[in-house]
Design a protein around this ligand. Structure first.
Ligand code: XIL
Length: 359
């Protein structure tokens, strides 16, 4: 009898394997720039069943010059996923960041030009990524913040953030993007994705109301939106209480929309306990409370934004990194790739947290 070569051995039981029997899909953001690191690649092959490109699906990556598409990085995500029998979701067809330099001036040439650019981008991207990608973040972060911890981008029209897309096409750009995506592929799940809706703060409550107003209007107007993606970039210094978040999720589900947690990670408090175990316990408890609430309200897809603290934007992006020179411990694996209490917390909620009927 021949033994299977080591490369065909089953991976260790990851979070996705624990989640799957409960009807929960666990995923993570992948950064193809890190795949040459064998430990990183192993983590990405082991824990998630679903991958989302951290940057490879954004305009700056896909269309660096007008009409010149570069599918190599996104293609690398699709190949990695195919090799590991994983699914891929898309992120993001419209976002006011990660725009190539040429795009904003081109959009400013007028609505006809802006619409043609959007249509051409969707033509190229959706045809290249079908049938692998079944779910896209069609519009990311269109709703403006109400001050609070984020000061950028006050509303321009209604609740919508001031962006080159809004300036070019008016507030109808959100509906237009969903309609054009649906026209190109009727089988896609089309998701509206945003952040800042989890906390028990006036800021989060206002953001929830703004997102709800947008979704209610879209559903009433029969705009083809299927799901709300909640980024869940959690902030420990913001209080959390399940009830306001749960009430929001019930409203969203009442509109007939699915709910996904799309970018889960956690920014620790400005001042953290000196003891690592105590620190990690705080992270785990908050994650368990938020994800547990979402699962209890019918969310069935949870993605973390990366897997290990070392590879996180929370370590490298100065707007969100720790100010004290340390690194946030807000992902399931520590900087050495070891599972930590946040991993155990996710494992626990995946095994026990799903009580509402799936969608
Ligand atoms: C972030 C990436 O993680 C960073 O590496 C990049 O520099 C900026 O974008 N919300 C989103 C994601 O929808 O696309 C962002 O990703 C994080 C915030």
């Amino acid at each position: 009898m021949m033994l299977a070569p080591a490369s065909l051995a089953q991976p260790a039981r990851g979070l996705a394997a624990l989640a799957r029997p409960r009807g929960i899909l666990f995923g993570a953001a992948i950064n193809t720039g890190r795949l040459a690191d064998a430990a990183y690649a192993r983590q990405m092959a082991t824990e998630p069943q679903l991958l989302v490109p951290e940057w490879e699906g954004k305009w700056a990556a896909l269309q660096p010059e007008e009409g010149r598409f570069d599918f190599a990085p996104l293609g690398a995500v699709l190949e990695f996923a195919a090799r590991n029998a994983q699914q891929v979701r898309g992120h993001a067809l419209i976002w006011h960041q990660a725009m190539p330099d040429w795009l904003a001036p081109a959009l400013a040439a007028g609505p006809a030009r802006a619409r043609a650019l959007l249509a051409a981008h969707l033509d190229a991207v959706l045809s290249r990524t079908a049938p692998a990608i079944r779910d896209w973040d069609v519009v990311n972060e269109a709703v403006a913040n109400a001050g609070g911890p984020f000061t950028e981008n006050t509303p321009a029209v209604g609740d919508l953030r001031d962006t080159p897309w809004l300036r070019a096409l008016g507030p109808g750009y959100v509906d237009l993007a969903f309609q054009l995506a649906r026209e190109r592929d009727r089988t896609l799940r089309l998701t509206y994705n945003d952040y800042g809706v989890e906390g028990d703060t006036p800021f989060a409550e206002e953001k929830r109301q703004r997102v709800l107003r947008l979704l209610r209007r879209m559903v009433a107007a029969r705009v083809p939106v299927d799901a709300l993606g909640i980024q869940a970039h959690l902030i420990m210094d913001e209080p959390f209480r399940p009830e306001p978040f749960a009430a929001f999720l019930r409203e969203v589900r009442g509109l007939g929309l699915a709910i996904l947690l799309t970018e889960l990670d956690l920014r620790e408090a400005a001042v953290v306990p000196p003891d690592l175990a105590a620190r990690d316990a705080l992270v785990a408890a908050r994650v368990e409370a938020v994800v547990g609430t979402a699962l209890a309200e019918g969310c069935r897809t949870v993605l973390t934004w990366g897997l290990s603290d070392r590879d996180s934007w929370l370590a490298t992006d100065k707007d969100v990194a720790r100010k004290d020179g340390g690194i946030h411990r807000g992902l399931p694996l520590d900087a050495e790739g070891r599972r930590k209490p946040m991993w155990q917390a996710l494992a626990r909620v995946f095994e026990t947290g799903a009580t509402a009927p799936p969608r």
